[in-house]
Design a protein around this ligand. Structure first.
Ligand code: NAD
Length: 385
């Protein structure tokens, strides 16, 4: 079987689905060829010669599609070619081919892609639908990318903050440590807390799930709380929508915090819902000049009223960062982890050399498959806690 890896063409996307190291591993495991589009790894700092040394074959875009049985990608392909991106074109892909990428198949905007897969008789998998159960941890791109986003959020914040993160006493004067508030202590939030702590900041964390308290504290941060008692855990360990009273109490707490802290990083998400608005215009205006907000929920509508998704903006002396491509801004690391995730996932379906099989009784496969030889496979309800 031949693996194909096209260049990602979505604007701002710098990652590549397979690194040279994993290309070599796939060949060693018995795949006949790994076809890499010329330039696919360029923006993630994986040069052409590294793929060649790994035994992969560099080809043009059309050959990746026409000559591969299995295509590995970060983003789903474009359905039509444009003058600017003639390369992300799956028209030449063979009927019965397999495509694995992130997909978000339940979103209306991605329905045309799923329909096109079905029409073409493809078998397709969504990396973002892999259940987050222990057995599937090594395939979990949501965690590996959220981990990077949390880390990079702190770096972006510190780049736009005019002082040190850590406190210092120097001959030139005493510098107080920066104070950071992290809202939402899931994978991204915990990564942001750990990074800000390592940089010497005073860090506070908040989450609606009580299980987050111990995790926040174990990283050396303070867990701040509201007086209302309400458990925020819903199905599968994810958050549920909180009562109006809770959100109001939470926002009052954040108003007080915004007057005190220098950096706010928001990561609050509820699966399948728009992100809750937690930081209002008034709260941003109450922050000290030079403060920074990084809104990691920007793609889902944002936790901050001022956020412009994908953009950096300024409001009354405060920088508000709404970048939606933070993993891609650390492209080498993100590609390395994504490539490890997707390679392990593919190899889980290829237990024997030169063999690829879809086992619909395997829970991980069943929950992440989208089409099977063109048949639409309906999504299952979330796993109960
Ligand atoms: P997420 O990205 O969906 O949400 C981020 C955080 O926002 C969550 O911690 C959530 O509780 C919080 N949140 C939601 N509404 C909020 C509000 N109003 N105020 C403050 N915070 C709010 O979450 P995630 O990072 O994907 O992780 C969710 C859970 O899944 C965590 O418990 C995590 O440990 C768990 N998880 C388990 C595995 C595994 O076992 N394989 C893998 C990944 C994540």
């Amino acid at each position: 079987l031949v693996i194909g890896v096209p260049t990602e063409v979505r604007s701002g996307e710098r990652r590549v689905a397979i690194t040279p190291q994993n290309a070599a591993l796939l060949l060693k495991k018995g795949f006949k060829e790994v076809l890499i589009e010329h330039g696919a790894g360029f923006q993630a700092e994986f040069p052409a010669h590294a793929y060649e040394e790994a035994g992969a074959t560099l080809v043009n875009a059309s050959r990746v599609w026409t000559d591969s049985n299995i295509v590995l990608k970060i983003r789903p392909p474009r359905l039509r070619s444009t003058t600017l991106s003639p390369n992300n074109f799956m028209e030449g892909f063979r009927e019965g081919g397999v495509i694995i990428s992130m997909l978000q198949p339940n979103l209306d905007r991605n329905k045309p892609i799923v329909d096109a897969y079905a029409k073409k008789g493809l078998t397709s998998f969504a990396m973002d639908m892999i259940p987050r159960i222990t057995r599937a941890q090594s395939f979990d791109v949501l965690s590996s990318m959220a981990n990077i986003a949390g880390y990079k959020a702190v770096l972006e914040a510190s780049n736009h903050f005019g002082r040190y993160m850590t406190g210092q006493t120097t001959a030139a004067g005493k510098v107080p440590p920066c104070k950071v508030l992290v809202i939402g202590a899931g994978v991204a939030g915990l990564s942001a807390i750990a990074t800000a702590r390592r940089m010497g900041a005073i860090v506070r964390g908040f989450d609606t799930r009580s299980a987050a308290r111990e995790q926040v504290q174990s990283l050396g941060a303070e867990f701040i709380e509201v007086e209302i008692e309400e458990e925020g855990s819903g199905g599968g360990g994810y958050a549920k929508v909180m009562s109006k009273e809770f959100i109001e109490a939470e926002m009052k707490l954040f108003m007080d915090q915004c007057k005190e802290v220098d950096i706010v990083i928001t990561t609050a998400l509820i699966p399948g819902r728009p992100a809750p608005t937690l930081i209002t215009e008034e709260m941003v205006a109450a922050m000290k000049p030079g403060s920074v907000v990084v809104d990691l929920a920007a793609e889902a509508g944002g936790n901050c009223e001022i956020t412009v998704p994908g953009q950096l903006s300024h409001h009354k002396g405060v920088t508000v960062i709404g970048y939606t491509d933070l993993p891609s801004r650390l492209a080498t690391q993100a590609s390395t982890l994504y490539s490890n995730n997707i390679t392990k996932y593919l190899l889980s379906m290829s237990p024997k050399e030169k063999h690829f099989g879809v086992d619909l009784h395997d829970e991980v496969i069943r929950r992440s498959i989208v089409t099977h030889n063109g048949a639409l496979i309906p999504a299952l309800p979330p796993i109960a806690p």
